[in-house]
Design a protein around this ligand. Sequence first.
Ligand SMILES: Nc1ncnc2c1ncn2[C@@H]1O[C@H](COP(=O)(O)OP(=O)(O)OP(=O)(O)O)[C@@H](O)[C@H]1O
Ligand SMILES: [Mg+2]
Length: 262
Amino acid sequence: MAARTKVICFANNKGGSGKSTTCSNVGYGLTQLGRKVLLIDGDMQLNLSLSLFDEDTVLGFAQGEKNLYGAIRRQDGLEDYIVRTPYDDLDLIPSSTLMSSIEYELFTKWQREYILKKGISGIVASGKYDYILIDAPPTLGGWVMNILCASDEIIIPVEASPWGLFGLGNMFEFLDQMRQITPGLKLGGIVITKVDTRKNYFRQTIETLRELDDVKVFDTYIRVDSGVEWSQDNNAPVMAYRKSSRSAKEYMELTKEIDEAR
Ligand SMILES: Nc1ncnc2c1ncn2[C@@H]1O[C@H](COP(=O)(O)OP(=O)(O)OP(=O)(O)O)[C@@H](O)[C@H]1O
Ligand SMILES: [Mg+2]
């Protein structure tokens, strides 16, 4: 029998650390390894959705009923909110700019940390996907609690910068507290992103992170690459848009590390 659907979220309170880029590329990368993947855009910035569809299409999803906000507000099963992407074996639940009021929506709900977990339970039970990957916003409130409660594992993209490391402290504290309500949540690992090898600082970042006890740091780190921005400008994962680019190759290596840990 096939292994059950694994749910992984990409989260870090620090903005711009590479969550959406990593979620999109690992999602696409997993399909290249023969896996079936559902992406969930959990952020009102719509970046994960924009990594697969053009702006008009994404705004169309956001303004219509078929998006994550509508599903959470109505506490519907998410199976009816899935859209197919231009890529084989890669589906998406799009986000909405209305996600800005999601904390308010959650506030009035019973067992409000578990709405997303319940929402995806039918999809998980169907075994249709090998992976569900969730892109989290750069916040640490009730909605991110929902994302963590719905996940088997969290992967934390960290930018190789002093403030990137500083923010990680908050993240670990939040995770410690979260374990009280979702003790099974595993820290899948830290991915170091946006590494500029011309600067020596990244070496210190990597050393500092590797010294942390009980925290896995993926061997593959992702270097700064203009291919990432070009691909985002063209609404595609860099692995699909520029397969031969440095970041595409690095994201493929990272994807293999993640899939091997399955
Ligand atoms: N390897 C890379 N090389 C160059 N630019 C990158 C790379 N990775 C990410 N970026 C750029 O850095 C910015 C932040 O990346 P991304 O949106 O993935 O981070 P995020 O953590 O999702 O941000 P937010 O916290 O706002 O959701 C984007 O403009 C993206 O194009
Ligand atoms: Mg993002």
